[in-house]
Write a protein that binds this ligand. Structure first.
Ligand code: PEP
Ligand code: MN
Length: 362
C-alpha cells in the first residue's frame, strides 16, 4: 500500500502533466482564433455544435470515477477559457490603456506638469466666474500659495434653467486674462460643441463636466483640438464608461487628457455624491492618464474636504480639485461647498505635507 506522501507526489506529477496539456490545448485554441480572425469570422468564435460534439465524445469515453455531470462541468470551464483566449485577438486595445502605453502620460501645460512622478497639482478657484474683483482676489490669493491652475466656470450646467447660467464669453475673457496676469493656467468648462472653438481660444485646459461625460459629439470635438482636456466622471457613469469617454478624445488624436473623479450618485444623502476612491486606483492602474480628484463636488460640504483630499492622495491621485471663493455665502452657484480663503489656508496646510516635491525642492 502506498503512503499518502507517495500518492500526493503522484498527484503533483499529474497536475504538472495536466498543466502542460491544458496549455498545449490553449495554444491550439489561440491558433484557431487567429485563423478565424484572419478569415474575418470574429463574430463566430463560439461554436455550440462543436462544443456539444466534444462533450458527447467525452461522455462516451468517461470511465469514472468522475460522473458525466462532473466531466461536463470541468470541460465546459476549459471551453470557456479557450474561447476567451480565441476572442482576445479581436479585442481592440484601447489607446487609454497601459497595455498600449505602459509609462505614465505627463502633460505639460504652460509652466505646469501633470501626471507621473511630478508633484501633484492643485486646481482651485470659484465655481462660477462672477466679476473681475472676485477673480482677481482669488487668483492673487491662490497664486501666492503656489496654486498654478485657476478654475472658474463661464458656462454653468445648472439643474434649473432659471439658475445663474454663467457669464459666457465675458467670463472666458475675464478668467483667462486674470489667470495670465498671475502666471496661472486657466481651466473652464465647455458644454456645447458650438462653443469649443471660443473656449479653446481662452482656456488652457478644457473641462468636460460630469453631465456631459456621455456627450460623444462634444468629446469628439474637444478631441479635435490640441488643448488638454479634463474629463469629469459622469454622475452615474461606470469606470468603463468614463474611460471610454477619454478614449473618444484620444481617438481623435488628442492624448492630452486628465481624468477627474468627482463622486457618483448613490443612495447616500449626507454627502452630495459618493467619492469613489477605487475608481481612482483603478483608473491609475488601467490607464496611463493623470487622474485627479474633485473633493468639492464629491462631498458637497466643506467639513469633509481635508480627509477626502488626504485619502485621494493616498490612493495615488495626481492632483486635487477644490472650489475657493472670496465670499462663498454670496456665490452665485455652489455656495454650500466652496472654501473661503481661511478655509483654503487650513486645507492647504493639511494636505501640503502629503504632496510630492519637485526634485530641486527636496
Ligand atoms: C464644476 O466643476 O463646476 C462642475 C459643474 O462640476 P461637475 O461637472 O463635476 O458637476
Ligand atoms: Mn461647482
Amino acid at each position: 500500500m502506498q503512503t499518502i506522501e507517495q500518492l500526493r507526489s503522484e498527484i503533483d506529477g499529474i497536475n504538472r502533466e495536466l498543466l502542460t496539456l491544458l496549455n498545449r490545448r490553449a495554444a491550439l485554441a489561440a491558433d484557431i482564433g487567429r485563423i478565424k480572425s484572419l478569415e474575418g469570422k470574429s463574430q463566430s468564435h463560439y461554436d455550440p455544435v462543436r462544443e456539444d460534439q466534444q462533450l458527447r465524445e467525452l461522455e462516451k469515453l468517461n470511465g469514472g470515477p468522475f460522473s458525466h455531470a462532473t466531466v461536463k462541468k470541468i470541460f465546459t470551464e476549459i471551453f470557456r477559457a479557450s474561447l476567451d483566449l480565441e476572442e482576445s485577438n479581436d479585442k481592440k486595445q484601447l489607446l487609454v490603456s497601459r497595455k498600449v502605453k505602459p509609462g505614465d502620460t505627463v502633460l505639460s501645460i504652460g509652466n505646469v506638469r501633470v501626471g507621473g512622478e511630478v508633484p501633484q497639482v492643485l486646481v482651485a478657484g470659484p465655481c462660477s466666474i462672477e466679476s473681475e474683483e472676485q477673480m482677481d482676489a482669488t487668483a492673487a490669493f491662490l497664486s501666492a500659495r503656489g496654486v498654478k491652475i485657476l478654475r472658474g466656470g463661464a458656462y454653468k450646467p445648472r439643474t434649473s434653467p432659471y439658475g445663474f447660467q454663467g457669464m459666457g464669453v465675458d467670463g472666458l475673457v475675464l478668467g483667462s486674462s486674470v489667470a495670465k496676469s498671475y502666471g496661472m493656467q486657466f481651466i473652464t468648462e465647455v458644454m456645447d460643441t458650438r462653443d469649443v472653438e471660443i473656449v479653446a481660444e481662452h482656456a488652457d485646459i478644457l473641462q468636460v463636466g460630469a453631465r456631459n461625460m456621455h456627450n460623444f459629439a462634444l468629446l469628439r470635438e474637444v478631441g479635435r483640438t490640441r488643448k488638454p482636456v479634463l474629463i469629469k466622471r459622469g454622475l452615474s457613469a461606470t469606470i468603463e464608461e468614463w474611460l471610454y469617454a477619454a478614449e473618444y478624445v484620444l481617438s481623435e488624436g488628442n492624448s492630452h487628457v486628465i481624468l477627474c473623479e468627482r463622486g457618483i450618485r448613490t443612495y447616500e444623502k449626507w454627502t452630495r455624491n459618493t467619492l469613489d476612491l477605487s475608481a481612482v486606483a483603478l483608473a491609475k492602474q488601467e490607464t496611463h492618464l493623470p487622474v485627479i480628484v474633485d473633493v468639492t463636488h464629491a462631498a458637497g460640504r466643506r467639513d469633509l474636504l481635508i480627509p477626502l483630499a488626504r485619502a485621494a492622495l493616498a490612493v495615488g491621485a495626481d492632483g486635487i480639485h477644490v472650489e475657493v471663493h472670496p465670499n462663498p455665502a454670496t456665490a452665485l452657484s455652489d455656495n454650500e461647498q466652496q472654501l473661503n480663503f481661511a478655509g483654503f489656508e487650513a486645507f492647504n496646510a493639511a494636505i501640503e505635507p502629503l504632496l510630492r516635491r519637485a526634485p530641486q525642492e527636496v
